[in-house]
Design a protein around this ligand. Structure first.
Ligand SMILES: N[C@H](CCC[C@H](N)C(=O)O)C(=O)O
Length: 268
């Protein structure tokens, strides 16, 4: 079966986006792994499927390169919004998001963050603002869900952190029954953070939109910054606006690179 796709990215976090609103495309973990594979497939950090939805402009599903499904993807949300247009309401497994589109600058309302240990989720009750567990030089992170699970560690600006080693160790720790995305954040100003993210199911990426949301919310909760927060990732900046009791608003670019076609059977 032939399918069309959009190759897109948000600050270098790249996606294959399949718009299946008019004709269903069946994706399973194996096909997702095949499409994401940068040597034998098309290659991307996440595979995104847009589907028709009752009561929303579309539904969006997200697969990581290991074949796991995710509840949210901030950078891909901006790419999908670019395709759907201003005012788009999109249902994701992590909840409803809405978009404002002005050219290639897009704002996504990512919904409310969740802080309860069962919402992250953690395997047992802990203070999610200051998780009393350590991995190597990283300890006392802040855990939360922004539609997908994150733990954020704040370190000194000049601290050296081997995230390539510690990331998978933390991602697969038994404390996180659904695994977790791991952020290492450095506060660089009263409303500025530098962030690196080890993504669940994907590894180190150039940018992580939900990671930026998680880091900004965690920093506001810890009173380390005042909003709106500029989060600088290896691929560029996102602006995150959040105050307690409100939904998270993320602003940043989306880039459409090319459209292509492929045979689904090539990835099964
Ligand atoms: N790896 C994430 C999904 C992609 C998130 C990231 N690409 C973003 O922009 O938010 C997870 O398994 O929850």
């Amino acid at each position: 079966m032939r399918f069309a796709f959009h190759k897109m990215h948000g600050l270098g976090n790249d996606f294959v986006v399949i718009d299946a609103r008019s004709a269903p495309v069946v994706i399973d973990a194996g096909v997702a792994r095949g499409i994401c594979d940068r040597r034998q497939g098309i290659g991307c950090d996440q595979l995104i499927l847009i589907e028709a939805a009752d009561g929303a402009d579309a539904a969006m599903r997200i697969w990581n390169p290991d074949g796991s499904e995710a509840g949210a993807c901030g950078n891909a949300s901006r790419c999908v919004a670019m395709l759907l247009g201003d005012g788009a309401a999109i249902d994701t497994p992590g909840g409803r998001i809405t978009a404002r589109v002005a050219g290639d600058l897009i704002e996504i309302d990512m919904g409310l963050p969740r802080f309860h240990w069962e919402a992250v989720p953690l395997a047992y009750p802990l203070d999610t603002l200051d998780v009393p567990v350590g991995w190597g030089d990283l300890g006392h992170g802040t855990a939360l869900s922004v539609g997908n699970p994150h733990i954020v560690f704040f370190v000194a600006e000049d601290a050296e952190v081997d995230l390539a080693t510690l990331g998978p160790l933390i991602e697969h720790d038994a404390l996180f029954p659904e695994r977790i995305n791991v952020g290492v954040a450095r506060v660089t100003g009263s409303s500025a953070i530098r962030l690196d993210v080890w993504e669940r199911g994907a590894g180190l990426t150039r940018a992580c939109g939900t990671g930026a949301c998680a880091a900004a919310v965690a920093a506001v909760r810890r009173r380390l910054v005042n909003g709106p927060v500029t989060v600088t990732l290896p691929g560029g900046d996102l602006e995150i606006d959040w105050t307690p009791g409100t939904s998270i608003r993320m602003r940043g670019p989306a880039t459409h690179v090319f459209t292509g076609e492929a045979d689904l059977g090539a990835f099964a």
